[in-house]
Design a protein. Structure first.
Length: 153
């Protein structure tokens, strides 16, 4: 690979602003194969074997989430929103890491029902994380914002 995924979040090429949403969606697209493998492991009658493949797939998803988080936080570095959003994302990543570890332990123990439930939970949390990352990016208007003069009264 030529390192094209590693350039900064603010500029690309001749100093033009990079479309952050497009870059975040690209990170999401890159983890889709790993999420698909996790869904297949969850559907396998025997749980798909030990935790090696499960750990490899969850690590891939976590790596892409981390890359997207770095892009997002870099784009917010001069904003008052950077610290609270960083905290929110860190808490969500921590929860995802805990579920991934529990799923791997369940797989290694041969507890297929627990592994299945945890893999479905991991998938749901990963998808929610992408939505949060897209929702808090700079320049995104809050959908719940109420205009002055509107409301009950």
């Amino acid at each position: 690979m030529n390192g094209s995924r590693d350039h900064g979040a603010r500029t690309a090429g001749r100093g033009r602003p990079v479309n952050l949403e497009r870059r975040l969606r690209e990170q999401h697209r890159l983890c889709l194969p790993a999420l698909a493998r996790l869904r297949l492991l969850a559907m396998a009658p025997s749980g798909g074997g030990g935790g090696t493949e499960l750990r490899r797939a969850t690590d891939e998803v976590m790596a892409e989430l981390g890359a997207a988080e770095r892009l997002l936080l870099d784009s917010l570095r001069d904003s008052v929103r950077a610290r609270p959003i960083g905290h929110l994302l860190a808490c969500r990543v921590n929860r995802l890491a805990i579920v991934a570890e529990h799923a791997a332990v369940a797989a290694e123990a041969g507890d297929v029902p627990a592994q299945r439930a945890l893999l479905y939970q991991f998938n749901a949390l990963a998808e929610a994380m992408w939505k949060v990352q897209l929702g808090v990016r700079p320049g995104r208007e809050c959908a719940s914002r109420i205009s002055v003069g509107q409301g009950a009264g």
